[in-house]
Design a binder for this molecule. Structure first.
Ligand code: G6P
Length: 745
């Protein structure tokens, strides 16, 4: 109630104040004008009376007839306005007066005011009966005749008249105020109703007009809605992080900056087949799996090595081509790496040196000076390309993986204000092991050119920071998870990578039942046969041999599975120019042959090794057809096969067996987590997976699906970009402060 009154008062107060001010001014003016008018009127009436009576007064005075003079004075005062009259001598003696002449008024006091040559005197005087208007006017010229007459007029009538007018005016203003208040409130209510209706229509998406006065409110509402939506997305579960949201983050936090990404592997490769046709191949690479959807969402330029046999004829002169094929969401800029340089850079330093160095898999790292040279040269090539692509002094650059440890520092040297977000997809070894690389300090310094350096796990961050501590003169700020080298800060933080949700490959895959039936038919299996699956590049870090030994142990342990269980291994060849990979290929082939020979019978083989390249929909068809997927890496930064398998199983079925040496094992705790070196344990996990009740499969799968849906790759990218944006803001602020300080100096 009180609040309503206060609101009403606020609404009408300006109007009431205006009316009050007006009333005060008009009444004041009225009093002033009326006073002047009354006085002027009284003065001229007095003059008229005296002028009219003057001759007669003089005559009767000279005739010595005081009674007749008195009678004359009394007659004059019969006028209702003239209340008293007196005749005074020029010397101030009182000659004669009417009965009601106020006693305090003396001729003596007035005589000096009506001296010779004077026009007379008028003024208001207070007497016991009230205020009167007194006029003293000369009468005769000779000293014998009366010197002047004093006319007294009662002003009560004027006061009465003024009060009457004042009261009428006051009433008028009071009525005006009340009418005004009523009209204001009614008008406000009507226009408020219209205003509210229009606003509601606008907010609810109707076709209402966007009035200018709505603008501030609408801006606030829009900002609020966007904030609430983004907060809701943060806390809500599945699919909350989307390409649209990532684009929005880029727009809001980095003013829609064009992102420049560099990686060695390109997202799609054009190959000329034996028949002469050009085909597109999507390489098996965790990096590509993760980064491609991010680039699709963010647009920008992706600089990568053009490694396909038809890459150059399909791109323009500068190696540019829109990607992904048929969609043009980003630009792929293919870079040439001369063959010799590529050998040293890719096969040599990256994959014979850094790859085994970072993965604890007992394959000896090889570091040759000529490979190091090539590694430096290729890093320079990519840094140059970034500088060419940058369209401002502070672009956002995503540097991907171990092939580019030097690029961040090289880019920083050319574009000091760039936001460089580097992500190391593979593990970072402990400090002792890192020092095996003769150029470990250069690698660490190179990486510290980044604004943010991301690893898959906290352990890898710790290992890196430990390496910095051991080998560089840098300050470690553990509270901020940062390293400060020569005044430049690099945040070193875990950003566990993930996949897009839902995966695009799922679009082109048939229903689970169809996939199951088709794969069984292809392999010549019974319709109720069970299938275990492995999907890995033929790489010694993936634990493929250990896995096959586990399959052997399973069939040994459970003879009943022979003939009704098959393990399918999708294993595209990888890095075959490297001896250790060729050796792995041979070993795997021999092992499969041995196990198949040992258990195979009547056309049934326990292991189906599919060594060719499989496009993503093909891989997803396998995921959907399997009863379990075995991810047995001996060391792995994350392993996105595990997450893809989970994403493929929208039927809630299937079991994930996951190596404890993968980054994914820290996230997908509902998997059956195994030590891949322990073949018995792996075999038991396979047996458990094949027998797991449907409800348990569903419970585990649902939990993992919820996790991957929420912690998808858009979230990964958003976190890095948001942290990058924050870094950029603080760098800019520091620059401004420095400039301001410089100006003051
Ligand atoms: C890992 C690496 C990637 C690499 C991928 C495939 O996932 O982290 O950088 O692209 O393996 O290897 P490749 O040598 O064929 O690119």
């Amino acid at each position: 109630m009180l609040r309503s009154i206060a609101r009403l008062l606020r609404l009408v107060a300006p109007f009431l104040a205006t009316v009050g001010l007006l009333a005060w001014a008009i009444l004041g003016l009225l009093a002033f004008v009326n006073g002047r008018w009354v006085e002027k009127d009284a003065a001229s009436r007095a003059r008229l009376v005296v002028d009219a009576a003057r001759d007669e007064v003089v005559e009767r005075w000279e005739a010595g007839e005081p009674a007749s003079l008195q009678e004359l004075l009394d007659r004059v005062t019969r006028d209702e306005r003239i209340s008293a009259l007196a005749l005074c001598g020029a010397d101030g003696t009182r000659i004669m007066q009417t009965e009601c002449f106020p006693a305090p008024l003396g001729c003596a006091a007035l005589a000096p005011l009506v001296g010779p040559g004077s026009q007379g005197w008028s003024g208001r005087v207070d007497v016991p009966s009230g205020e009167v208007y007194v006029t003293a006017l000369p009468v005769g010229e000779s000293g014998a005749s009366p010197g002047f007459a004093v006319v007294v007029q009662d002003l009560a009538f004027a006061v009465r008249r003024e009060r009457l007018v004042r009261e009428a005016l006051e009433l008028f203003f009071a009525v005006l105020a009340i009418a005004g208040v009523v009209a204001t409130v009614a008008g406000y209510r009507f226009s408020f109703r219209d205003w509210t209706l229009d606003l509601r229509r606008l907010l609810l998406g109707g076709g209402a007009k966007r009035r200018p006065e709505f603008q501030p409110l609408l801006r606030d509402v829009e900002a609020l809605v966007a904030r609430l939506a983004s907060e809701a997305q943060d806390v809500s579960g599945r699919g909350a992080f989307t390409p649209a949201r990532l684009r929005q983050t880029l727009r809001r936090q980095l003013q829609g900056e064009r992102v420049i990404a560099i990686s060695h592997r390109e997202p799609f490769i054009h190959e000329r087949t034996a028949s002469g046709a050009v085909t597109v191949r999507h390489p098996p690479s965790g990096l590509v799996t993760a980064l491609e959807p991010v680039m699709r969402a963010c647009s920008g330029v992706w600089i990568a090595h053009g490694s396909g046999s038809a890459d150059w004829e399909t791109a323009d002169r500068r190696g540019r081509i829109a990607g992904p094929p048929g969609e043009a969401a980003y630009t792929l800029r293919r870079l040439r790496i001369p063959e010799e340089e590529g050998r040293g850079f890719y096969y040599g330093f990256s994959n014979e040196g850094l790859w085994p160095l970072c993965h604890l898999v007992h394959t000896r790292p090889l570091f040759r000076p000529e490979d190091w040279d090539a590694y430096q040269r290729v890093n320079r090539r990519f840094a140059d390309a970034v500088v060419e692509e940058a369209d401002g002094p502070d672009p956002v650059v995503l540097v991907q993986d171990y092939q580019f440890a030097l690029a961040p520092r090289l880019i920083r040297g050319r574009l000091p204000r760039a936001v460089i977000l580097t992500f190391w997809h593979i593990p970072w070894p402990n400090a002792e092991r890192a020092a095996i690389c003769p150029w470990h300090s250069e690698l660490i310094e190179g990486l510290l050119g980044s604004s943010i350096l991301g690893f898959q796990t906290q352990l890898h961050c710790n290992n890196f920071v430990e390496s910095v501590d051991r080998y560089l003169e840098a300050r470690i700020d553990r509270e901020r998870q940062a390293v400060v080298l020569r005044g430049e800060t690099t945040l070193v933080r875990p950003y566990p990578i993930s996949i897009e949700w839902p995966p695009r490959a799922l679009r082109d895959v048939p229903p689970v039942a169809e996939c199951r039936a088709a794969l069984r038919a292809e392999l010549g299996l019974r319709a109720d046969a069970q299938i275990g699956l492995g999907v890995d590049r033929l790489d010694y870090t993936k634990g493929i041999e250990e896995r096959f030994l586990a399959v052997e142990a399973l069939l040994q342990m459970r003879p009943d599975l022979r003939g009704r269980f098959t393990f399918v291994q999708v294993a595209p060849p990888s890095r075959s120019a490297i001896a250790s990979y060729r050796e792995l290929d041979r070993n795997v082939t021999t092992l499969v042959e041995r196990i198949n020979a040992r258990f195979g019978r009547g056309g049934w083989l326990p292991i189906a090794l599919r060594r060719s390249h499989h496009e993503p929909p093909e891989v997803f068809r396998h995921y959907r057809a399997a009863d379990f997927c075995h991810v047995g890496s001996l060391a792995d930064g994350m392993n996105l096969v595990a997450k893809e398998f989970v994403a493929a199983r929208d039927d809630g079925r299937g079991v994930l067996i996951l190596s404890s040496f993968t980054g994914a094992a820290r996230e997908l705790s509902e998997a059956l987590v195994v030590n891949p070196y322990d073949t018995t344990q792996s075999a038991q996990a396979m047996a458990a997976a094949l027998e797991m009740p449907v409800e348990e499969q569903q419970a585990r799968m649902t939990a993992m699906r919820m996790f991957v849906a929420e912690f998808n790759v858009y979230r990964w990218a958003e976190r890095m970009l948001v942290d990058g944006a924050r870094t950029r803001r603080s760098v800019r602020l520091r620059e401004r402060l420095r400039q301001a300080a410089g100006m003051e100096d």
